[in-house]
Structures are given as structure tokens and as C-alpha cells.
Ligand binder design. Structure first.
Ligand SMILES: CC(C)c1onc(-c2c(Cl)cccc2Cl)c1COc1ccc(-c2ccc3c(C(=O)O)csc3c2)cc1
Length: 229
């Protein structure tokens, strides 16, 4: 059973997760009929830029986040942006988005100039997330826990971040027991995905480097959050 504080925390996180989504008019652009590698890259850049804006707004709603040291807030956002976007794009690909978005998004990711060596682990991850059949609360908490990772580069007050992350982990553990009573290992499986996210984050740094070698341009927001250009 959940304490009053845990019920309040879950409500705040779920409301923020539902409120901050990529706007429909941006998502709809995925459906336009141009499928060149260039066009796919441009569309994915627009999606990522919109997703980062959504991520910043969601993060500001995490109880306690705005009380952290300002520079640590930036360090946590920069350190978790790619992982949070892997989680969000995984949920989008697996939730059967409206009007065939899912296939289109997958198609554009596969044909955006990403080398095959990264496509494989990326889509293995998407598949492994889909197999978990997470409920919305678990998705929102897993994203929260990823953002509140204390050992990101340049975080000064790690214990303060640890305290916030532990609160979210306690809540996620109870959520898993509630929604997956037949699977005592489910919580551990979810945390295993966080390890896989770190690996993908390293692959992503190489993806960025190879795009840049081919003179691909990113938006100012992405350059800032990924320290490129
Ligand atoms: C700069 C660009 C080329 C790039 O570099 N690395 C990655 C990148 C890739 Cl290719 C994979 C994983 C992570 C990143 Cl950062 C990307 C593209 O990042 C994306 C971020 C987020 C979405 C995304 C999320 C949700 C939803 C929803 C929904 O919620 O209903 C509807 S449409 C949609 C679209 C897609 C792509």
C-alpha cells in the first residue's frame, strides 16, 4: 500500500508525464510523404528538439528538482536527455501511436544515416521495452529515475540527487508489485533497462560524431544539450 506522500508524488509525476508530450502538429509531420535520408534526419531533428523541450518541462515538475543546485539541474538534464528520449521514443514505438505513426517513426529512424551497428542494439532495446508492457506509472517513474541519476558528469551534490532518486525507486518498486504481482523479478528487470540505456547513450555519442562528419546540422537546443558544434 502507498503512503499519502507516495500517492501525492505519483499524481504529480503522472500529471506532468501526460501533460508534457510532443505536440500533435509536430508528431503529424512524421506522416509527410518525403522519405529521403536527408528528410528523415531533418524530421528526427525536429522530433528530438521538441522532445527536449517536453523533457525540460516534465523535469521541472519532479518534486524537489527545482530545489537542487541550479548547475546540478543542468548537469542532470544534459546527462539524461538521450536516455530519456530513448525511453520516450520506445514508448511511442510500442504504444501503437495513432494513424500509423509507429511504422513511420521506425522507418525514419532506420533510414536517417545511422549505421547498422547502432540500429541493431537500438531496436533490440525498443523490443525489450515493448516486451515489458509497462503501465503509464512505470514509464513515468522510470523516466524520472533516469533523470535523477546522481553520478552524471559534473553533478556536485550527489547525495541530494540520490535522496530524490531513492524516493522514486521506492515508489516504482511498489508500483511493480501492484501491476505485476505474478512477476517478483519485474522491478529488477526494469532497472536492468537503465543499464542498457547507458550503453545506448555511449553508442549515441558515436552516432552524433558520424552525423557531424557528414556535415549534418543540429538545432541550437540540441547543440547546447549535447555539447556539439
Ligand atoms: C537529432 C536527431 C536526428 C536524433 O539524434 N538522436 C536521436 C535519437 C534516436 Cl534516433 C533514438 C533515440 C534517442 C535519440 Cl536522442 C534523434 C531523434 O530523436 C528522437 C526523439 C524523440 C522522438 C519521438 C518521441 C515521442 C514521440 C511521440 C509520442 O510520444 O507520442 C510521437 S512522435 C515521437 C517522436 C523521435 C526521435
Amino acid at each position: 500500500s502507498f503512503t499519502k506522500e507516495q500517492q501525492a508524488l505519483m499524481k504529480v509525476i503522472i500529471d506532468a508525464y501526460n501533460k508534457h508530450q510532443i505536440p500533435q502538429d509536430v508528431a503529424k509531420k512524421l506522416l509527410q510523404d518525403k522519405y529521403s535520408t536527408e528528410e528523415n534526419f531533418l524530421l528526427l531533428t525536429e522530433m528530438a528538439t521538441s522532445q527536449v523541450q517536453v523533457l525540460v518541462e516534465f523535469t521541472k515538475n519532479i518534486p524537489g528538482f527545482l530545489s537542487l543546485d541550479r548547475e546540478d539541474q543542468i548537469a542532470l538534464l544534459k546527462g539524461s536527455a538521450v536516455e530519456a528520449m530513448f525511453l520516450r521514443s520506445a514508448q511511442a514505438l510500442n504504444k501503437k501511436m495513432p494513424i500509423g505513426h509507429t511504422e513511420v517513426l521506425e522507418e525514419r529512424i532506420r533510414k536517417s544515416g545511422i549505421s547498422e551497428e547502432f540500429i541493431k542494439p537500438m531496436f533490440n532495446f525498443y523490443k525489450s521495452i515493448g516486451e515489458l508492457h509497462m503501465v503509464l506509472e512505470e514509464q513515468a517513474l522510470l523516466t524520472t529515475i533516469t533523470i535523477l541519476t546522481p553520478d552524471r558528469p559534473y553533478v556536485k551534490d550527489q547525495p541530494a540527487v540520490e535522496r530524490l532518486q531513492e524516493t522514486a525507486l521506492d515508489l516504482l518498486r511498489k508500483m511493480c508489485v501492484l501491476h505485476h504481482p505474478q512477476e517478483p523479478q519485474y522491478f529488477a528487470r526494469l532497472l536492468g533497462r537503465l543499464t542498457e540505456l547507458r550503453t545506448l547513450s555511449h553508442y549515441h555519442a558515436e552516432m552524433l560524431a558520424s552525423w557531424r562528419v557528414n556535415d549534418h546540422k543540429f538545432t541550437p537546443l540540441l547543440c547546447e544539450i549535447w555539447d556539439v558544434q
